[in-house]
Design a protein around this ligand. Structure first.
Ligand code: PEP
Length: 281
């Protein structure tokens, strides 16, 4: 089996569920294996974990052959979620992590703690962290590096606000975020990029397929500079922002879209599975 783990830190990228690229769908040999990731945000009590069981039930061999699944519950549920999903092939991730391994940072959770609880991914730089916690690219980059240090894959989120889109600055904003937020030693095994236009998150609005294609092409191009030409093709680039079963097929078919980061719809098993099911045809 060809390994994508080819450089230093990538050896610790324990998050790779199955190698993208040639080990993805033989019908699409040049595309990384898709990843459909759910971000529960600040939603979920212990009883919500039954949704995980429902998702596991719906993760049929047919779907498993087509796409990886990941759920990112709130930090309080990561440990239990990892137990519930053990052996299912569905990964568990954190929604954020601190840049430091440990210390006097009340209320924060380190990447090592997430890994210890059974997570294999950490979302970093989500627009809600950038907006409500003032996180800038340098901090996002430090958090992604912390994820790598702990053996997690970092899902680095980027995306423009409505004002930036209206001002025609989308590509510049996304380019700046990518250059500032992705640490050295990133590679397909430990890096996922999520393009999430801020104005599309939780609003029911989505960009056109052409707009998504334009931004994802830019991201792929930037990745060539950041991780190198050969590796860039295998980094998964997710689209996020109001993905639902009804629009998943169109959005996931766009060139350079290798999966979805799903917020609200990931709280309902049928909706999350309906989105992942877009890969079944
Ligand atoms: C998100 O917050 O990452 C997200 C994509 O949310 P939603 O799907 O609800 O728009």
């Amino acid at each position: 089996m060809r390994s994508l783990v080819s450089r230093g830190d990538c050896r610790r990228g324990g998050a790779l569920l199955s190698a993208p690229g040639p080990l993805g769908d033989p019908a699409m040999p040049n595309r990384p294996r898709p990843l459909v990731a759910g971000n529960w945000k600040m939603n979920g009590l212990r009883r919500s974990l039954r949704v995980l069981g429902e998702i596991e039930q719906g993760y049929t061999p047919g779907l498993k052959a087509k796409a990886d699944l990941l759920l990112c519950p709130p930090a309080t549920l990561v440990l239990t979620a990892a137990h519930v999903l053990v052996g299912s092939g569905i990964a568990v991730g954190g929604q954020d992590c601190h840049a430091k391994e440990a210390g006097a940072f009340t209320g924060d959770v380190s990447a090592e703690m997430l890994a210890d609880a059974g997570a294999t991914f950490a979302i970093v730089g989500h627009s809600e962290r950038r907006q409500y916690h003032g996180e800038k690219d340098a901090e996002v980059c430090a958090k992604a590096a912390a994820a790598h240090r702990a053996g997690l894959a970092a899902i680095v989120c980027v995306g423009e606000t409505q004002g930036e889109r209206e001002a025609g600055r989308t590509l510049n904003v996304v380019r700046r975020q990518l250059r500032g937020s992705i640490p050295e030693a990133s590679c397909p095994a430990n890096l996922v990029v999520a393009y999430e236009p801020v104005w599309a998150i939780g609003t029911g609005l989505t960009p056109t397929a052409a707009d998504v294609a334009e931004v994802h092409a830019l991201i792929r191009d930037e990745l060539r500079r950041i991780v190198g030409k050969a590796e860039a093709a295998s980094v998964r680039i997710l689209y996020g922002g109001s993905v639902k079963p009804s629009n998943a097929k169109e959005l996931l078919a766009v060139e350079n879209v290798d999966g979805a980061l799903v917020g609200g719809a990931s709280l309902v098993a049928a909706d999350f599975l309906g989105i992942a099911g877009a890969y079944l045809v």
